[in-house]
Design a protein around this ligand. Structure first.
Ligand SMILES: Nc1ncnc2c1ncn2[C@@H]1O[C@H](COP(=O)(O)OP(=O)(O)OP(=O)(O)O)[C@@H](O)[C@H]1O
Ligand SMILES: O=C(O)C1=C[C@@H](O)[C@@H](O)[C@H](O)C1
Length: 294
């Protein structure tokens, strides 16, 4: 772009909320040859910045720049529109993972927590970020037993059989490296399982029971045999059963080397409600907490 043309550019700041620019968009603007021919005219450039979220809760910014000449319609000159993905959370994740990478030394990360606490969802984000493989312990047991779901394993063989298989799966994983493991919600109840997990870094995803019950009621209890088979209101039932389980287990979850508390994240971010905390934000806090204990 020619210098004198650039000097005449005016940005209509009324359209731009400067606070909404956490970092500069990486794209650049192109102007057509027609502009260059009219370089002595005063051209007004206005920009509209629209933060958006897609269905995966990724943040996007659509940045639309329009030019106008005197009072003529925008379209009589040129307008450029561009869309720039600036996923702030992805950038923080990348930076945090680079900070802790040298200290992880390939040790596995075991996510522990109640059913529905996000071990799978957050675990997948973490594994991608730190370039580890992801493993769902429940799935490992299903493959080993040759039955397609944990619910069916409970139905056919009973819970004790499942627990033995879960311990075997954790034993196998204990000789592995560079895995993020989503453990079963009840894996914490056996001391033997902690012995296997102690070779890695255990992280407790501590989510309030109300939030867990809401998530579980939203997706149903079919895949969660310890919460299934009850008539009545899904939220109330899930909340009651989760409360009973949590009373028995909370001490065991506290054995984890690191704790990621959604209530603490909400307090840090000034959120009233933990339901607005995205899985990526939780993964960021997990990396932070892991960093604190390395
Ligand atoms: N931060 C979040 N905000 C809203 N919903 C979430 C969040 N994290 C996970 N979920 C949803 O909650 C449900 C449970 O998540 P997920 O399967 O990751 O939990 P889990 O701990 O692996 O559960 P389980 O131990 O029962 O297999 C899913 O429907 C998921 O989409
Ligand atoms: O909390 C639990 O005890 C369970 C959680 C699931 O991940 C499965 O491991 C199984 O449904 C039992």
């Amino acid at each position: 772009m020619e210098a004198n043309f650039a000097q005449r550019m005016q940005i209509s700041t009324a359209w731009i909320d400067a606070d909404k620019f956490p970092r500069k968009p990486t794209s650049f603007l192109r102007f057509s040859g027609r502009f260059k021919e009219h370089k002595r005219h005063q051209v007004f450039v206005s920009a509209q910045f629209r933060p958006e979220r897609d269905e995966n809760r990724h943040r996007w910014a659509s940045f639309q720049v329009s030019c106008s000449y005197k009072n003529s319609q925008v379209s009589t000159l040129e307008s450029e529109s561009l869309q720039d993905l600036f996923d702030e959370e992805a950038l923080i994740l990348k930076n945090k993972s680079q900070e802790i990478e040298p200290y992880l030394k390939g040790r596995c990360i075991y996510l522990v927590g109640m059913m529905g606490s996000g071990k799978t969802t957050v675990g997948k984000i973490l594994s991608r970020t730190i370039h580890y493989s992801f493993c769902d312990c429940d799935k490992l047991v299903e493959q080993d037993v040759g039955v397609p779901s944990v619910a069916e394993i409970f139905e056919i063989y009973g819970e004790d059989f499942f627990r033995d298989k879960e311990t075997e799966a954790l034993e196998k994983l204990s000789i592995e490296h560079r895995f993020v493991v989503s453990t079963g919600g009840g894996a914490v109840i056996r001391d033997e399982n902690w012995m296997y997990m102690s070779k890695g870094i255990s992280v407790w995803l501590d989510v309030p029971l109300e939030e867990l019950a809401q998530r579980i009621a939203a997706v149903g209890t079919k895949s969660r045999p310890l919460l299934d088979n009850e008539s009545g209101d899904a939220y109330t039932n899930a909340f009651r059963r989760l409360s009973t389980l949590f009373k028995k287990r909370h001490k065991a979850y506290e054995n984890a080397k690191a704790r990621v508390s959604l209530e603490n994240i909400a307090a840090k971010l000034g959120y009233k409600d933990v339901s607005n905390i995205t899985p990526a934000m939780i993964a960021i806090e997990a990396l932070e907490q892991i960093g604190n204990i390395l």
